[in-house]
Design a protein around this ligand. Sequence first.
Ligand code: ADP
Length: 469
Amino acid sequence: MRNRSIRFKMTCWLSLVLAVMVCAVFLILYLTSRLILNRTARNYLSGMVMENTNKISFVSTLGRDGDSLYLPYQDGYLEIDLDFLDVVGDVHAGLYTGDGAMLYGENPLYRYQAPGFTAEKLWYFHVDGQRYALYDLPLTVSPELEPLWIRGIVQETQGAALLRQTTGTALTILPFLLAICVLSGYMLSGKLLSPIRRIESTAERISKGGDLKQRIDMGESRDEIGRLASVFNSMLNRLELVFEAERQFTADASHELRTPTSVILAQADYSLEKERTVDEYQDALRVIRRQGRRMEALIRDMLDLSRIDQGKDAFPMEAVDLSQLVSEASEPVWPEDEASIRISADIQPGVMMQGNCLLLSRMIQNLISNAYKYGKPGGHIAVSLQKTSSEIRLQVRDDGIGIAHQDQEKIFQRFYRCDPSRSVQSTGLGLPMVKEIAELHGGRVSVDSAPGQGSAFSVIFSQNNPSLS
Ligand code: ADP
């Protein structure tokens, strides 16, 4: 059953429930009607039989009462009132001896062997396709004599015959009724499950052809399956975005790595082509070293970014002293050619947040190293960290080359560089990493810049973010 289709299971369950319900209703109706009919027949018969008990007595001598009938019995007479009810409607009553011989009254079953007596109990007798209800009452006419019996007999009423007929008809049509239930259940479940089949076939088409552009068309449907399809479509949207980003990243990464690789190979070919002077060899080696460093930086940043892409699970979150991280990163420890740039820090002490120490210090370092890289000689970098009741704000401001308005959106895209010829150490991955780390901690990053006037990068973690608690 477990491997059967939902449609099959639904049909089975529906049919079973319907069958049980129909049978239960039918049974209840049948039993109640039978009970009512039995009770009516019993009351009817017992009433008439009881009535007759007062109309019979045993006398030793023949009386002269004109309202009575005298039947010789044993050593006396049975005095039977002429009011003895022998036939009332369909009901017949008679007076019998204990061995079944009728003394007086009416017996519609006189042609058949009279069945034995059962005291004060309604019972049935079947003969010639007819059903008779019988009710017997013993009557002691004299303490010396064997008791006599008064028996009431009624042929099954129309109601009871109708009941039996209805039962027969119901039992005949029940299988057809069930077949209709099964069929309609099968068709109904098929209709209900058709959107799920559409989801299944879309998923199958995607898994076979890999076309993530496929979507499930559910029209305006807002029921459970409609909502499932819309969740499925949003999942596909997300997957498509992720795959597209992945594809773009691979294409960009190979493109970025091709340039240093080509330069290194060209320098090696140049050196090996013929004998060169020491200076020429040294120049070639310096170029190779510079391109090697660029490749190293690219590979390191790409690996870091792909780890960050895996999400929070790859980085344990803990209480981080942000003030300490920012103040360590703001120490003037940069290489000599950048030393002419001054750095100052305005850090509010004891600013704590939940986060990953490694990632947060990487984010701060990227911002400060950019400020050095794109700062002007003899310029100034101002780092600030403030916590208010609503947010934590980290800002790195420089007075360097600045960023053109049209580039400010793009600098957070992977591998984007405003001026690719500017620095060999530039990978175009520093700011995307800053953005991802900020977002991983529930924050956001923004830039305020003007060409020639410098840039200010701000990272804001708002107070309703659980990282801050
Ligand atoms: P990278 O610095 O390695 O090129 P980033 O992603 O850090 O990569 O920066 C992307 C681009 O944004 C840089 O190439 C540069 O053009 C620009 N940029 C980043 N920070 C600054 C800054 N402080 N001042 C001016 N331009 C900047």
